[in-house]
Design a protein around this ligand. Structure first.
Ligand code: 5AD
Ligand code: SF4
Length: 500
């Protein structure tokens, strides 16, 4: 194909979505196929893939290999499942390691600076791979790419990258890939924000029996330390009918557990033309036959309604686990963080939740070393940790994100002080978690079997409704099934059991 026919392909592309992307999946597939056939003729393909794999690729109409590395949160992992499906339809097959791939994609995170550093580090390594395999295409997407300074740095110092896109246009991967395959330049397409939600694109699930389901995108909260609202854009909810239809499709396809995903699920539906609450959405999703477990992530304490607590308490399907990020226990710091609740309000909320659901497992996120955090502020955080007694907590050292209000705040806390507080907090959190774990010891509980136990032969690994891991003797045929297990022994953060 020459440049003229590429231009024609663009001119003939549908202008509506998702039709346009299905069109580009076919176009990219055609180009990839022609390139592959050329590589087969020249003998290069056999050298790269080996005789056996090449035969298999030819037999299955596979024209190359890809590897996606995902950094960050559940949202990114779900995005990667969508990206995977597009690449497979284009004619790529997943390779186990990036060393064996023709197309390497990093789906990046930028919530803390160390996530960025990891990507730069690995890019250096990719450059060395590209020197060995000039056909290798390198692509970057996700939150980090939404930052102008990052893109400028990549354009300057990592010129070998072939494709950069952001968080708003992942559904366009086929079109962008077509461009990358046909143009001899770095393809760059990052949107500042978007109102668009494209429905009905494919997704390839990592697990057959469980799936994430996006219910909303973006965030409007602007917590003062957080970069997410800048890189994921304004909050927009999917229509409840679309969500329920997706869950029904998943259930028909054998999914028994879903995780509803949003940066702040408790404000779901507020901006829809016909507003609906998150609690009501849960009621509707609960009605879908075949779904046995419903999880969701993440709940902002300020928007957690009594209606939601009620729906959770009554539900047979909603899991007995709530992740409720507190960030800090000091009302003063919470104010500076723009979290819109106080220490007392957070504690009162926990009481309301536990009054209705005494067995619920509570987990949280905590940031140490926010600007201006004094020893007294930190003690307030320790106080909440001791009072609530979380089942587990993700603890983070505050990371300065440029462009956020907190980055300009005075009194940034010295590194040594933060580190010392972080260690104290971690110890407290772990000690408490060890004490509160094991509540279900010597009881029979329902376990969703997830995989073969990697540590112990003849065993499988699954999870309780409250997310605790259980190991027990079993076979691969149990994967994806809900089984009753007697929890013989608690070993800190997991149980050993036997099927009853
Ligand atoms: N520094 C440290 N931790 C952060 N988080 C978000 N932004 C920052 C930051 N700048 C944490 C919060 C959030 C979790 C996903 O990441 O605790 O809940
Ligand atoms: Fe960031 Fe706050 Fe939005 Fe969570 S709620 S993504 S911490 S701004």
């Amino acid at each position: 194909m020459n440049q003229k026919s590429f231009d024609e392909i663009f001119n003939h592309a549908p202008t509506t979505e998702p039709e346009r992307q299905y069109y580009f999946i076919q176009q990219a597939r055609q180009v990839l196929k022609e390139r592959f056939e050329e590589r087969v003729r020249s003998g290069e393909a056999e050298l790269i893939y080996g005789k056996e794999q090449l035969q298999d690729m030819l037999a299955n109409e596979v024209y190359g290999t890809f590897c996606i590395t995902t950094f960050g949160c559940q949202m990114n992992f779900r995005d990667s499942e969508k990206l995977t499906a597009i690449l497979e339809q284009v004619g790529y097959r997943e390779a186990e390691r990036e060393e064996e791939a023709d197309f390497v994609l990093y789906n990046t995170c930028t919530v803390r600076e160390n996530a960025n550093q990891r990507v730069y580090g690995r890019l250096g390594y990719l450059h060395s791979l590209k020197k060995k395999n000039p056909n290798l295409l390198i692509a970057l997407c996700g939150c980090m790419m939404q930052e102008k300074e990052v893109v400028a740095k990549i354009k300057k110092s990592y010129r070998f990258v072939n494709l950069i896109f952001g968080t708003h246009n992942i559904y366009e991967l086929a079109e962008l890939l077509f461009q990358t395959l046909t143009e001899q330049r770095m393809v760059l397409d990052v949107w500042e924000d978007s109102q668009k939600i494209v429905e009905e694109l494919p997704a390839k699930r990592k697990y057959a029996f469980k799936s994430g389901v996006n219910i909303m995108f973006g965030c409007n909260n602007f917590c003062s330390y957080c970069i997410v609202p800048y890189v994921r854009g304004r909050e927009r909810s999917r229509e409840p009918e679309d969500i329920v239809a997706e869950v029904e499709r998943l259930a028909k396809d054998g999914v028994v557990e879903i995780m509803l995903l949003g940066q702040n699920v408790n404000s779901y539906g507020k901006n829809l033309q016909t507003p609906i609450s998150f609690a009501e959405l849960l009621r509707r999703v609960e009605r879908v036959e075949g779904i046995a477990r419903i999880r969701f992530m993440t709940s902002h304490p300020k928007d957690l309604s009594d209606e939601l607590i009620e729906v959770m308490a009554e539900s047979k399907k909603i899991c007995t686990h709530l992740h409720l990020p507190m960030q800090s226990g000091s009302s003063e710091i919470l104010k500076k963080m723009n979290r819109c609740y106080t220490k007392e309000q957070y504690l009162a909320l926990v009481d309301r939740i536990r009054a209705k659901m005494p067995n619920i497992s509570l987990t949280t996120d905590i940031i140490v070393g926010f600007p201006g955090e004094t020893e007294a502020d930190f003690e307030e955080t320790m106080d909440v940790v001791r009072k609530v007694r979380f089942d587990s907590a993700f603890t983070f050292i505050y990371s300065k994100r440029s462009g956020t209000p907190a980055a300009k705040m005075e009194n940034q806390v010295p590194d040594e002080v933060v580190k010392a507080r972080f260690d104290r907090l971690l110890e407290e959190v772990q000690n408490i978690a060890a004490e509160v774990s094991g509540r279900e010891e010597k009881t029979v509980q329902t376990v969703l079997v997830e995989e073969i136990d990697t540590q112990k032969e003849g065993y499988v690994t699954g999870r309780l409704s409250n997310n605790t891991v259980v190991h027990f003797p079993g076979e691969a045929s149990l994967i994806g099934k809900l089984v009753e297990v007697y929890l013989e022994e608690s070993r800190g953060f997991y149980y050993m059991g036997r099927q009853v």
